[in-house]
Design a protein around this ligand. Structure first.
Ligand code: NHR
Ligand code: GAR
Length: 216
């Protein structure tokens, strides 16, 4: 079993999906930079140690991240999992957990790094959107891509309906990717992540109403 510490900022639905997936992973602790994050209560309900830090208690990002690292290191994790964690991490933090720090991002990277991905996808009129699990590097949302899931963008989509369609796939994708990591199957060469014994690292959501016509 590998040991993981999960960082969250809010709702924690990806955290819940990971905890429910029966992965060969010991979830040692859940840490939030927002004390009111609903995901903390969820973790407590599963008897997982939680730590609530408040990034507003620190003026300097480096001081907050130093405190974060101190808490994480107390659990000696093999991987640090960002699940809806909303604060950019400092270089010192990324360096400390390089190669064992992963994130799920709500777009098909390298399209739409950063925030408000669903709004921007709608504004660009893309017809396919999705989510990406990647290793975290100092170039925000540009680390080696472990796995992606794609969903169609539908004509009547709003930010809410599109985000929900992507979220359903996030909840499939992240457990799958973390399982590969736990199984030691992921290697990175020249910035490209590969999974041993895996033909595809992509999930495709079905397009509603798209089925073979058998009426003729
Ligand atoms: N840190 C590093 N160094 N590299 C990455 O790739 C990171 C990271 C920290 C978080 C998640 C990422 C996402 O999936 C992530 C990847 C927050 C912001 C952001 O601008 C950007 C990307 C991501 C997460 N945050 C604002 C900030 O000033 C705060 C926004 C808020 O609090 O609501 O840090 O999208
Ligand atoms: C998820 O959609 C995740 O991909 C996204 O925030 C949501 C968190 O939901 N992450 C980011 O935007 C990171 N900047 P959750 O708290 O219910 O897992």
């Amino acid at each position: 079993m590998i040991r993981a510490v999960v960082l969250i900022s809010g709702r924690g639905s990806n955290l819940a999906a990971l905890l429910e997936a029966a992965l060969p992973v010991e979830f040692a602790a859940v840490i939030s930079n927002r004390p009111q994050a609903a995901g903390l209560a969820y973790a407590r309900g599963r008897s997982i140690p939680t730590i609530a830090l408040d990034h507003r208690d620190h003026v300097e990002r480096s001081a907050f991240d130093a405190e974060l690292m101190r808490h994480i290191d107390a659990y000696q994790p093999d991987v640090v999992v960002l699940a809806g964690y909303m604060r950019i991490l400092t270089e010192a933090f990324v360096a400390r957990y390089a190669g064992r720090l992963v994130n799920i991002h709500p777009s098909l990277l390298p399209s739409f790094p950063g925030l408000d991905t669903h709004r921007r996808a709608l504004a660009e009129g893309v017809k396919i959107h999705g989510c990406t699990v990647h290793f975290v590097t100092n170039q925000v949302d540009h680390g080696p891509i472990i796995a992606q899931a794609a969903v169609p963008v539908l004509p009547d989509d709003t930010e809410t309906t599109l985000a929900l369609r992507v979220l359903v796939q996030e909840h499939r994708l992240y457990p799958m990717a973390l399982r590969w990591l736990a199984e030691g199957r992921i290697t990175v060469t020249n910035g490209v992540a590969r999974v041993s014994g895996q033909a595809s690292q992509a999930l495709l959501a079905p397009i509603p109403g798209d089925h073979a016509d058998l009426s003729a």
